[in-house]
Design a protein around this ligand. Structure first.
Ligand SMILES: [Zn+2]
Length: 225
């Protein structure tokens, strides 16, 4: 094998470096290890109330998409007024709203199938990540209003199929590409029970506190899709 001059030089340099390293190791060897170990650095915070970047969106929401307004209107009808803040539910879907149902960490009011799925997700998470369930807080489920970023469109909270969750003292606002670790830890359980995680929205719509019954779940649960 004939080495190019460049490769040969590289090889020689490597050899020389190795030699020097060996020599240094030999010289360093006789130094005794310190009797007292330096204290370990403080561990990185890992609790559910730690705020972390949202991981790549192909790592969650697999096979699930956000429920479109068209689908929601078609299946559940007009929920009420497209207001800025919560306004009364007036549509026929109102008969399917269940109120103050204990879902584990707290009680909620929302659409029957969404509250059932929410309880199932929390029950399963409680088995595996009880520290997350004991720390999770509810920032609202049923709330008839328009979308934060689009006054022409109903938020899925309007039908009580979405819930906002947070940890610590305040929710991570919409448009911020971060999440509480607790929301990330809950995401697999919510995905499994048919919820789409709002961390998958793009740009200013990204919303890591938001979980909603997915388009696919609503269609399969209502037999009308
Ligand atoms: Zn929300």
């Amino acid at each position: 094998m004939v080495l190019s001059p460049r490769k040969a030089a590289k090889k020689a340099a490597k050899k020389a470096t190795k030699k020097v390293a060996k020599k240094a190791a030999k010289q360093a060897a006789p130094v005794a290890a310190p009797a007292v170990r330096a204290p370990a650095a403080a561990p990185a915070p890992t609790g559910p109330d730690t705020v972390i970047p949202i991981p790549p969106t192909n790592t969650f929401n697999q096979g699930l998409s956000s429920a479109s307004e068209a689908t929601m209107l078609q299946i559940f009808g007009v929920p009420g007024q497209k207001t800025n803040d919560c306004s009364p539910a007036t549509g026929a879907f109102k008969q399917r709203i269940v109120t103050r149902v204990n879902v584990g960490p707290f009680s909620v009011s929302g659409l029957d199938i969404a509250v059932q799925a929410l309880k199932a997700a929390f029950d399963e998470a409680e088995e595996q990540i009880p520290n997350v369930i004991s720390a999770v807080k509810n920032d609202g489920m049923l709330c008839v209003r328009h979308k934060r970023g689009n006054p022409n469109s109903f938020s899925n909270h309007s039908w009580g199929t979405a819930i906002d969750l947070f940890f610590g003292n305040a929710a991570v606002p919409q448009g911020v590409n971060k999440t509480y670790r607790g929301c990330l830890q809950l995401a697999p359980f919510f995905n499994k029970h048919g919820f789409y995680w709002g961390a998958g929205f793009s740009g200013k719509s990204v919303d890591s506190m938001h979980f909603e019954l997915a388009e696919e779940t609503i269609k399969s649960m209502t037999h009308r899709g």
